[in-house]
Design a protein around this ligand. Structure first.
Ligand SMILES: Cc1cc2nc3c(=O)[nH]c(=O)nc-3n(C[C@H](O)[C@H](O)[C@H](O)COP(=O)(O)OP(=O)(O)OC[C@H]3O[C@@H](n4cnc5c(N)ncnc54)[C@H](O)[C@@H]3O)c2cc1C
Length: 365
């Protein structure tokens, strides 16, 4: 959509990832005026898949039993899920390169995936909003200033600088990126500190997906799951669609972000192809295509501080409230601000839903 120089809106959502789009969808259902500004030329944020006729997740793949918000949203959007394929033998590649079979449970047992990929979720939300002309792509929020009646938002769009006004702003971008925006007046220092301490989940990681004409591993009684002490891929899983092909294996790259940059993406892809053959045998020799996605080089996902992987799952959540001039005008709603499911799809949906309902309750006439 073209840049609109000056715009007045009730709720401005910064970020068109899952939390931003879900908040928009919930606000729309509650009859509340909203707009979404998204920095990239696409929606979805960390949920992304290339177009191969079917979707292959370069971001998140899995949801787990007990994640009720995702389950409910899938139902609302008429999307289906299927079990992550795990039956068959898991393989272990030792440091020597030797490959050993293992009959135990796959670590992804019980996880499920969304039919047509995780991007089906953000596409369904975006499709439901698109007719309203409320999503503005390639609009980068740079500055937020508190005004008497709300927030003045500075947005960079191509060569233009736009100035929009909102009663309330929901910042749905990773907290570390949120901490780097300019705020006038400055955010309370404890809030600013808390935002900059919340690591962006999975921002340091890279995924490689290899597409094949047939699921040769299944024909060999293998699950497609493999763990390797050699690399570059350290954890490999079946990434095929629920039905039909192309079939796929994906792996997380085990090298840290700076090492990946030194090696280069073309070389990493070459190494991954060789490794797949060393684990799964000659049938893996001829992938149709191999795709690499390195999230650490994505400026609208990763901050410099995110490049070192957090040990384990960080403690997430944001308990510090905005106060003073910012009171009730500014909300941080990305997944990392969720306490119980921070970093996950479930956390993004939960924060978006909470925000929309609280906003509606607080502004009931
Ligand atoms: C490789 C990988 C694997 C993962 N695996 C799983 C999994 O299996 N299960 C699971 O539950 N979760 C997983 N996750 C996490 C999951 O992707 C996130 O929880 C979820 O997508 C976060 O959504 P979000 O909207 O909160 O943030 P984001 O997706 O980061 O969205 C933020 C949006 O804001 C935009 N933006 C940034 N700065 C600005 C700005 N200044 N102005 C305007 N827009 C801006 C960005 O472009 C982006 O679209 C994985 C993530 C990755 C990267």
């Amino acid at each position: 959509m073209k840049g609109v120089l000056d715009l007045d809106v009730e709720v401005l959502i910064v970020g068109g990832g899952l939390s931003g789009l879900c908040a928009a969808w919930r606000l729309k259902a509650l009859g509340i005026d909203y707009r979404v500004v998204e920095a990239r030329a696409r929606v979805g944020g960390r949920i992304y898949s290339p177009d191969y006729g079917t979707d292959f997740d370069l971001g998140p793949s899995w949801i787990w039993p007990g994640q009720h918000q995702v389950a409910q949203l899938l139902e609302e959007l008429h999307l289906e899920k299927f079990d992550q394929p795990v039956s068959g033998t898991t393989l272990y590649q030792l440091q020597s390169g030797q490959v050993q079979p293992h009959q135990g449970l796959s670590p992804m047992s019980g996880a499920y995936r969304i039919k047509r990929g995780s991007s089906a979720l953000v596409n369904a939300l975006a499709d439901a909003l698109v007719g309203d002309n409320t999503i503005y792509l390639e609009h980068i929020c740079t500055k937020l200033s508190a005004t008497e009646h709300g927030v003045k938002v500075q947005i960079s769009h191509g060569e233009s600088t736009l100035e929009w006004h909102a009663k309330t702003v929901a910042v749905a971008i990773p907290p570390r990126l949120a901490a780097k925006l300019s705020y006038f007046p400055a955010l309370p220092s404890n809030l600013h500190h808390a935002l900059s301490q919340l690591p962006t989940w999975m921002a340091a990681h890279a995924k490689i997906i290899a597409l094949f004409d047939n699921a040769f591993w299944k024909e060999q009684g293998l699950s497609g799951t493999a763990m390797s002490q050699v690399g570059p891929l350290v954890e490999i899983h079946d990434a095929s669609p629920s039905e039909g092909g192309p079939y796929a294996l994906f792996g997380f790259v085990g090298y840290p972000a700076d090492a990946r940059q030194q090696i280069g993406q073309a070389e990493l892809v070459k190494m991954a192809k060789q490794q797949l053959v060393s684990i799964f045998g000659p049938a893996a020799k001829k992938p149709i295509d191999v795709i690499i996605q390195d999230w650490s080089v994505e400026p609208f996902t990763a901050d410099q501080e995110d490049l070192n992987v957090a040990a384990g799952h960080p403690a997430y959540g944001l308990s510090i409230k905005t106060e003073g001039e910012w009171d009730s005008r500014l909300h941080f709603i990305s997944t990392e601000t969720n306490r119980d499911n921070g970093g996950l799809i479930e956390g993004a949906i939960d924060r978006a839903t909470q925000f929309a309902h609280n906003y509606s309750n607080d502004h009931k006439k």
